[in-house]
Write a protein that binds this ligand. Sequence first.
Ligand SMILES: *[C@@H]1O[C@H](CO)[C@@H](O)[C@H](O)[C@H]1NC(C)=O
Ligand SMILES: *[C@@H]1O[C@H](CO)[C@@H](O)[C@H](O)[C@H]1NC(C)=O
Length: 273
Amino acid sequence: MEMWSSALFLLVGLSPAVVFLLQLPDYTATQEGLWQDYKHGHQGPDSPGKRPFCSWKCLLLSLQWPGAFCQSVDKETLCKIPLSINNWTIHGLWPQKVGRCCSCWPMFESDVQELDPELNEHWPSLLKSQPSFHFWKQEWEKHGVCAACVEGMNSPLRYFQISLKLRGQLDIQRLLEDAGINPSCERPYKLGEVQSVLTPHLGDKHEVQCVTDDQGREVWFQVKIPISRNLTVGCDHHGDPEAQDSLQGHPCPPQVPFYYLPIDHEAPRRPCG
Ligand SMILES: *[C@@H]1O[C@H](CO)[C@@H](O)[C@H](O)[C@H]1NC(C)=O
Ligand SMILES: *[C@@H]1O[C@H](CO)[C@@H](O)[C@H](O)[C@H]1NC(C)=O
């Protein structure tokens, strides 16, 4: 709460006392009211600071490459790449907000049951310890609830449907394939090379993210794609990105070629032996 209010203070330049007054309603009196707003896609009164979790301008769609996912988590973390997973998968769809979403909207398995086959294919958990539903629920609670104040994403079902739809529109693997950029143990790629293929489709603000593997190589594991509130690709607002997750990614360095590793289901941490 402390960090949150100073972030908000910086953002809107209000005195801490005012911020304190403004933030009270979000967590106490009007939770039920907020939930009703969410449910009906209302955006509520437009006073800045009153509903910071709905004042975001951009979303980030984060897609991960299973070929390097295991290198992006701690050694001790047990990852798994199910045999059926051979393509870029969704990590999340994140409103670029300040602070937490309210904990006013729980999610149950039945909420997304009809999407199970698609979610399992495109949004699987790649951690052994985490069932896929737990992953989805966590993403919903941390990010989806904040997205739900926008009509069209105002339920778990709709939020996951929109995410799947965006993923379907952005078939990175095919774009790369068509440009001759294929997973390889031998051939590293330059950032410019990859960006020239992706930019026309993902906008020039997308971020290509790498991790450094055991052997000190840069390996490509994620792409973050800015999406506007109206769900078109590209968004210029330089929001207030927070630490989104515990993964150790960084922007792939422009000078150092990086690897786009093949997926090895048997040895996901060491796809190249
Ligand atoms: C990856 O998924 C897209 C659909 O999003 C599909 O068009 C493409 O063929 C898939 N590629 C592979 C190698 O499965
Ligand atoms: C979506 O929003 C962006 C940024 O606000 C704007 O530039 C664009 O024209 C909008 N597109 C549509 C289809 O409304």
